[in-house]
Design a protein. Structure first.
Ligand SMILES: [Zn+2]
Ligand SMILES: [Zn+2]
Length: 379
């Protein structure tokens, strides 16, 4: 079997050409699609050198971590929580061992801790995702939590982190991920419809810096998954999941070249985080994001003359895609209380006052929030 190499170089323009003022610096050299053993053999081509440290959790150790450890003869680290405490204790050990490269095998938490360690320790970083569940794989920020005195996790925004130099997708691992995690990946990409329009709102109302190249990357991600929704293959077929993986990389690159989550996270992510924190039953990130995207898309359609004119990008079309990707588009199907969703729309923007979105502009009251929910079809 051969390795398929997905390269971003031709999609990232020189900063002078874009003129946005961001540096367009992004270290990811390639995303490899192939059998893991074979992909690990080419690390040297990308100047990724030992000694290696491999990070995983107890579940991803069984899925692939154990194999990576054996193949590379590496040192293993078990990530126990996405916290600064855990990341800092790992950083200390990594420094003592003088490692050259850290490798994350897993999903959100493992990747977040590893890329923070890579950033703080100035190390090479390789990501081996075990599920295509969110676009944080190749992003320049890590979602880490502080631990309060009572032991609760406190979130104060993302931490600086290093995007990977290389991402390895072994499709036999990725496509056997739980279906709801695959659905989640699609939901996280759909959000670009809202996040880009929120960013444009900040550009037009406040003169915030805007990068056209990041917009192109985000839309390339979006169009890649819209194609999967339109063809006949199932959302979890090998081809569709491979397209999803490419979309996750493109979205990560959109964030990477401007060094922030701005291109990929607007009001829909604020609403989603409110649901994730407030909703006791676990809800996959991208599913919460899809719900936030429907609501905020309907709000933009109502209030923002600059909302998309393309049929493919309308709220009605979004609902069709969600059906294909097996993501519910009614609150009751997910047991999300209407009151919690209303609260998410009226309150969530206060957690990030500096990131201007349509919520910051109009500050909807409860009545308006209900109207948004009706328009979006969520209730
Ligand atoms: Zn997200
Ligand atoms: Zn730019």
């Amino acid at each position: 079997m051969t390795i398929e190499r997905f390269l971003l170089a031709r999609l990232i323009k020189p900063p002078e050409e874009c003129g946005c003022g961001f540096k367009h610096e992004y270290p990811l050299k390639a995303a490899l699609f192939g059998r893991m053993e074979e992909c690990l053999e080419v690390l040297d081509e990308y100047e990724i050198r030992p000694p290696y440290g491999v990070f995983y959790d107890p579940i991803t150790y069984e899925i692939a971590g154990m194999d990576v450890l054996k193949i590379l003869g590496a040192k293993g680290f078990v990530v126990s929580s996405p916290t600064y405490d855990d990341a800092q204790s790992k950083l200390k050990k990594v420094k003592e061992l003088n490692l050259g490269t850290v490798i994350a095998v897993g999903g959100g938490s493992v990747i977040d801790v590893t890329r923070y360690v890579a950033y703080e320790g100035n190390l090479n970083f390789v990501a081996i995702p075990t599920a295509p569940s969110n676009d944080g794989i190749a992003s320049p920020r890590a979602a880490l939590y502080h631990v309060s005195q009572t032991g609760e996790l406190v979130y104060t925004g993302t931490a600086p982190a290093k995007p990977p130099t290389l991402v390895i997708f072994d499709m036999s691992i990725i496509s056997s991920a739980p279906k709801k995690l695959i659905s989640s990946g699609y939901g996280d990409i759909l959000s670009k419809l809202v996040s880009i329009k929120d960013w444009q709102l900040a550009r037009d109302d406040l003169g915030e810096r805007y990068c056209k190249n990041a917009e192109e990357l985000a839309l390339a991600a979006l169009n890649t998954i819209i194609e999967t929704a339109k063809d006949r293959k199932e959302f979890d077929s090998l081809n569709s999941v491979k397209s999803l993986c490419k979309a996750l990389i493109l979205s990560g690159a959109a964030m990477g070249i401007v060094g922030s989550t701005r291109p990929a996270g607007g009001s829909e992510h604020m609403v989603a985080r409110h649901l994730e924190i407030g909703f006791k039953r676990k809800i996959p990130h991208g599913v919460a994001v899809a719900i936030g995207t429907l609501a905020m898309g309907a709000f933009h359609e109502l209030k923002n003359p600059n909302w998309w004119k393309e049929d493919d990008y309308s709220v009605e079309s979004m609902k069709k895609y969600l059906e294909k990707w097996k993501i519910p588009s009614k609150l009751e199907q997910l047991n999300i209380p209407v009151d919690l969703m209303v609260e998410a729309i009226t309150e969530s923007w206060k957690s990030r006052p500096e990131r201007y979105t349509i919520l910051h502009k109009f500050k909807p009251c409860s009545e308006e929030a209900k109207e948004i929910l009706e328009r979006s079809g969520l209730i």
